[in-house]
Write a protein that binds this ligand. Structure first.
Ligand code: ABC
Length: 466
């Protein structure tokens, strides 16, 4: 089943235009709102890089033809302003290039996820919209009447209203119309048959009526996750009745609240970031967890403390759900709001030796080993074993993770009773970051958080250290 397959993945999210160009040129401009030249071929050339980070699936930005206009917000380099669903965006390459990309991923045992937008198309400027420029929806009647969303608490408006503004309008497709639904089903099954994509991320998912999804997803017949940009788990959780997975914004907000300043107590993180989410979703083990994406300021634009960052990264990678790493996180990029959080990755020279890259890669590799070794790793919910205002620890098969949000000067010793998750009185653990050995005595484990770093305690059952 594809959901089980995806639970085991670690996704690397990239913007095709910003990830890699056909030929490396590290001095090439890397900022702004224009196409900078990244391509699907560029991605193929850098699959070793993604693989050395440990990621096993790649989420690429939207692939269809976009408007070519110079708008008040620049060009459609991100791919979210569709003009023609029946053609590819040739800035990124040819149809053959895209097939080659998926093929190259599959040869490495990796998966490919595409980002799709069914909610809207794109239109530059304030002038009346010329619907004939769109394909295939080329008449006003294929769209909701022009009215911007004003009240985000009014779901009817969120679904039928328009996103956008005077610079760029996003004409809102009438997804409830049978002919429109019919087109989208054929479109997605053709795309998947032609290119063999393994998964889909649905953009602006909360702006489309929920009833659109079940039959669409059934037709696509691949893993699907929806972008429900909302911090409230109750609001977002309802969507899991209509799609298997969503991009976990509620968790994202709690990560930021716990690990960026001002820092909320870890007790609150446990309550809101773990329990409230668990109670609002049918199944948290298949939500897509992230610390950064292309719509939010990067973590390091808000926090410079590396200890906090490593805790937030460990939380992203080891909590229940599917981790998503947004390209550039591994290079400690620190851009703020869009478009600054969409830097050309070439400025990093694709360095694999910096310590953030190394830590992410270490965490991901450990996760993969746990996934391989413990059949229940992906489906068994994490178990809280300790929590106070600065420290939260949980158990999952094969690992005890101790998160701390005290920052790099924090030192604290805690005691954990291991009897609820280990049958060995003198269980031995190895902390992955420091490689130090920790042993329980009579089922009691004394742990010392140092320099505010997370403790990634791996269960040892033999002398062999991973
Ligand atoms: C352009 C410029 C920006 C400018 C903006 C107005 O216009 O580049 O500088 O600020 C694409 C491009 C963008 C472009 C937009 C609009 O199109 O990538 O560069 O911005 O032309 C998806 C994609 C996103 C994409 C689109 C459009 C949608 O990931 O990259 O943008 O296809 C809303 C949508 C969400 C969308 C997001 C950007 O905007 O719902 O689908 N993302 C509140 C609202 C959310 C809203 C969010 C951000 O603000 O509820 O609906 O997202 O504007 C929490 C609450 C949340 C709340 C947040 C702020 O606080 O729980 O509900 O979110 O506590």
């Amino acid at each position: 089943e594809y959901n089980d397959l995806w639970r085991k993945q670690v996704i690397y999210q990239l913007l095709t235009d910003r990830f890699a160009r056909d030929e490396d040129d590290f001095e090439h401009p890397s900022q702004g709102r224009k196409y900078l030249g990244g391509t699907w071929r560029g991605i193929i050339k850098k699959l070793d890089y993604i693989q050395s980070l440990g990621c096993t699936a790649v989420w690429i930005s939207p692939i269809v033809k976009n408007i070519e206009s110079q708008t008040g917000y620049g060009e459609a380099y991100h791919g979210y302003w569709a003009q023609d669903f029946t053609e590819l965006n040739n800035h990124f390459g040819s149809s053959q290039d895209l097939k080659d990309l998926v093929n190259s991923l599959h040869k490495r045992g990796m998966l490919c996820m595409i980002d799709i937008v069914v909610n809207h198309m794109g239109h530059a400027g304030t002038q009346a919209i010329d619907y004939t420029q769109f394909k295939p929806f080329n008449q006003a009647n294929d769209f909701h009447p022009w009215k911007y969303i004003q009240d985000y608490n009014n779901q009817e408006e969120v679904v039928k209203g328009w996103l956008g503004d005077n610079c760029v309008n996003l004409p809102d497709i009438k997804t409830e119309k049978p002919s429109v639904r019919k087109f989208f089903k054929k479109w997605i099954s053709d795309l998947i048959n032609t290119y063999k994509f393994d998964g889909i991320r649905i953009d602006t998912a909360k702006h489309v009526e929920k009833s659109f999804y079940p039959s669409f997803i059934e037709t696509a017949n691949v893993f699907t996750t929806g972008e429900i940009f909302h911090g409230n788990p109750k609001y977002a959780g309802i969507y899991q009745n209509y799609m298997p997975s969503i991009i976990n914004f509620p968790f994202y907000y709690q990560l930021r609240e716990a690990f960026s300043s001002p820092r909320k107590p870890m007790l609150e993180y446990y309550q809101k970031g773990v329990l409230d989410i668990r109670h609002s979703f049918r199944d948290t083990t298949i939500l897509c967890n992230f610390l950064e994406n292309h719509d939010v300021p990067r973590f390091f634009s808000q926090t410079q403390d590396n200890a906090l960052a490593l805790n937030a990264l460990a939380a992203t990678i080891f909590s229940d759900g599917i981790p998503v790493i947004y390209y550039g996180q591994e290079q400690r990029f620190s851009g703020g709001n869009d478009p600054d959080n969409r830097e050309g990755l070439w400025v990093s020279k694709y360095d694999t030796s910096n310590f953030v890259f190394e830590c992410i890669s270490l965490f991901i590799r450990l996760r993969q080993r746990l996934v391989a070794k413990y059949p229940k790793f992906c489906t068994q919910l994490s178990q809280m074993v300790y929590v106070d205002n600065r420290v939260y620890a949980f158990y999952r098969p094969g690992i005890l993770l101790v998160l701390c949000n005290g920052g790099r000067k924090m030192r604290k010793t805690i005691q954990i009773d291991i009897s609820s998750f280990s049958s060995h009185t003198n269980q031995v653990f190895v902390d992955a970051l420091t490689q130090s050995r920790i042993q329980a005595t009579e089922k009691i484990l004394n742990l010392t958080v140092k320099y505010g770093l997370p403790l990634v305690c791996i269960f040892m059952f033999s002398q062999k250290v991973f």
